[in-house]
Ligand binder design. Structure first.
Ligand code: NAP
Length: 254
């Protein structure tokens, strides 16, 4: 009998790290559902690239900062996996979608704080709550954090605090979902060349040089440095890795 493919759902898979995770998972034989907020065309290009390599893929619209939409999204995921995979559950959830919004503590507005909070913590918490019953036993969850919870860069107090909350949430998730064999881990990238860091890289032309100089491997990250780490965590090779924070920063600030 043909073995059933695993399915991973990645939020924010239209570009950047999420796109690379989708490609890396598909490369390792996992089918993929990605979500996008507004860049539908880019999301469907990712789907086409995966399908061209012989795996199943789908893209769905979701704003991960709007909790009120999660019940409907859950129903849509359910219908999709039933139709496309003849299944009622998927295997891996990767909470990746995110926004950059840099400001010093002195200058942070309540609106900026709330928008970071909604996408980086509240949205992740309640989307995971909504989807947990749809994650198959012995599946897994990967939450994206940042190197900025270990070291500091002025301007990222609110963002890094919320990622710190995600790291704590992940430990609780691992504890509570462990009875179903579901593992929960954190991947914490250092700076990576994506749209997310574009504004900061443009505002500080020396940033890349300075960050590279403070990295043991002598450069900043590329999206391809991250996808494989997530693909590993979403595989049986990582079956005994649980409640861990894996930093992928090339050895920044050692
Ligand atoms: N790049 C880095 O240096 C770095 C370092 C550490 C951690 N991270 C973390 O890694 C994750 C991905 O970052 P990235 O560099 O890949 O960012 P990116 O290139 O800016 O891509 C962001 C992705 O998230 C989606 N997204 C943004 N806001 C959303 C929302 N409200 N609802 C749903 N989807 C939303 C975007 O969808 P659309 O394309 O449709 O807009 C896009 O797919 C984030 O959690 C970030 O905090 C990044």
């Amino acid at each position: 009998m043909e073995q059933q493919s695993k399915i991973a759902l990645i939020t924010g898979g239209s570009r950047g790290l999420g796109k690379n995770m989708a490609l890396a998972l598909a490369e390792k034989g996992t089918d993929v559902i990605i979500t996008y907020r507004s860049r539908k065309d880019e999301a469907f290009e990712v789907v086409s690239a995966i399908e061209a390599n012989g795996r199943k893929a789908a893209a769905m619209q979701l704003d991960t900062s709007v909790v009120a939409g999660f019940k409907t999204f859950g129903n849509e995921v359910s219908a999709l996996i039933n139709e496309k995979w003849s299944r009622s559950q998927f295997d891996y959830l990767i909470n990746n979608a995110g926004i950059d919004n840099r400001s010093l503590i002195n200058d942070t507005t309540e609106d900026a704080f709330d928008s970071l909070m909604n996408v980086h913590f509240k949205g992740v918490y309640f989307l995971t709550q909504q989807l947990l019953p749809m994650i198959a036993d012995n599946g897994g969850i990967v939450n994206l954090s940042t190197g900025l919870t270990r070291f500091t860069t002025p301007g990222y107090a609110a963002y890094a605090s919320m990622k710190g909350a995600i790291e704590t949430f992940t430990k609780y998730l691992a504890k509570e979902a462990g009875s179903r064999g579901i593992r929960a881990n954190v991947v914490a990238p250092g700076i990576v060349k994506t749209d997310f860091t574009k504004a900061a890289r443009e505002a500080f032309p020396d940033l890349e040089k300075i960050m590279s100089g403070n990295t043991a491997l002598g450069r900043i990250g590329e999206p391809e440095d991250i996808g494989g780490v997530v693909a590993f965590l979403c595989s049986d090779d990582a079956r005994w890795v649980n409640a861990q924070r894996i930093e992928a920063s090339g050895g920044y600030s050692l």
